[in-house]
Ligand binder design. Structure first.
Ligand code: SAM
Length: 338
């Protein structure tokens, strides 16, 4: 049995699908951009409505296996690009007028369950953690990145208080011999963590999150993706983001707050903004979460948070203010690892 066949047996649940469909109302037709195609959960549902078109992107080659049947079935209504969503601006000249642009961030259950990718704590395969179209792997980061930067990544991107201790322990091990797989890395992290705390999750969870975010430059992707999507949307277009951890959600929330009237000022440290920077006429005031029945059926959905906003007709010219807000993440992810 090859890897794809066995992965196809994994049940795939598109997270918060019903809420998304009720926000985007595909029964009225229109063009949709699915920035994180994965196994095509959202795209397939949208294409069930006859007057819809879907343009989908995913950086992972694995997604082509799920996109190809849709390309065959809907040659005029579906298109797929193996690309990163930071490159959404490439679609600008097509004058698509999308009704909605959707991001469902993070890893798919297929990626998580594929032992070869090195995302799980138990994997004894190469320490990879790449989603696709990467400059380096987790192996490179763990074995080459300088100790101080490694500690900052773990602390800031993983929100792991013990980042420095963990980086020191990793450094101690890699000086003797390279750290080759996720299982080995998870046990080194466990050793570094304080013993008097009982952990509900695997003690390596936050560090793995940090390394994965860094390897895939996920926050830079999100920041550029939000900017690109907002530029592509015209008056009435909807921007929807489903995120899975607080660092991502903070970026999305601040982006919507900064460019709408929802709060008079997104941060008390910033000067009061003028309404000319408003790009959204409606922003969902409260974050949406999965129903308890969805969480019962698919426990991975439990940390999902959905935010959306509806575009006004102002042009989006300057993204400096937003990029400045998260410069620390952009600089952290932009560091050279060699
Ligand atoms: C949570 S899954 C999406 C699942 C999808 N909604 C479904 O129902 O099948 C996230 C997907 O986004 C992709 N992805 C993550 N970051 C990306 C990026 N910057 N550009 C393009 N694709 C990305 C991943 O490869 C993964 O396949």
């Amino acid at each position: 049995m090859n890897a794809t066949m066995s992965l196809e047996k994994i049940k795939h649940y598109p997270v918060m699908l019903n809420q998304i469909l009720s926000i985007i109302s595909p029964q009225r037709g229109g063009t949709y951009i699915d920035c994180t195609f994965g196994a095509g959960g959202y795209s397939k549902e949208i294409l069930k409505f006859p007057n819809t078109k879907v343009i989908a992107l995913d950086r992972d080659k694995l997604s082509e296996n799920y996109a190809n049947p849709l390309l065959k079935k809907f040659p005029k209504r579906f298109n797929f690009f193996k690309d990163k969503f930071s490159n959404l601006n490439k679609l600008a000249e097509r004058k698509l007028k999308p009704k909605a642009i959707i991001f469902d961030l993070g890893l798919s259950s297929l990626q998580l369950s594929d032992n070869k990718r090195g995302f799980s704590f138990e994997s004894e395969n190469f320490l990879n953690m790449e989603m696709g179209i990467n400059d380096y792997s987790a192996y490179d980061v763990i074995n080459s990145l300088d100790k101080e930067h490694l500690g900052s990544i773990i602390k800031i991107l993983g929100e792991e208080k013990e980042g420095k201790r963990i980086a020191n322990e990793i450094d101690k091990h890699r000086r003797r011999k390279p750290i080759k797989n996720s299982k080995e890395l998870a046990s080194i992290i466990k050793k570094a963590k304080r013993k008097n705390i009982s952990y509900k999750k695997n003690p390596a969870t936050k560090t793995f999150q940090a390394i994965r975010i860094f390897v895939n430059k996920e926050l830079t992707e999100l920041i550029l993706g939000l900017i690109g999507a907002t530029k592509l949307l015209s008056n009435g277009g909807i921007l929807i983001v489903v995120s899975f951890h607080s660092v991502e959600d903070r970026i999305v929330k601040n982006f919507f707050n900064l460019h709408s009237d929802i709060k008079s000022n997104p941060s008390r440290y910033l000067p009061l903004k003028e309404s000319k920077s408003n790009l959204f006429k409606t922003v969902c005031k409260k974050v949406l979460i999965p129903t308890s029945s969805e969480i019962n059926e698919n426990s991975r959905s439990r940390s999902a948070k959905l935010r959306y906003a509806v575009r006004n007709d102002a042009s989006f010219i300057n993204s400096d203010e937003f990029e400045k807000m998260f410069l620390n993440y952009l600089e952290l992810e932009g560091a050279s690892i060699w």
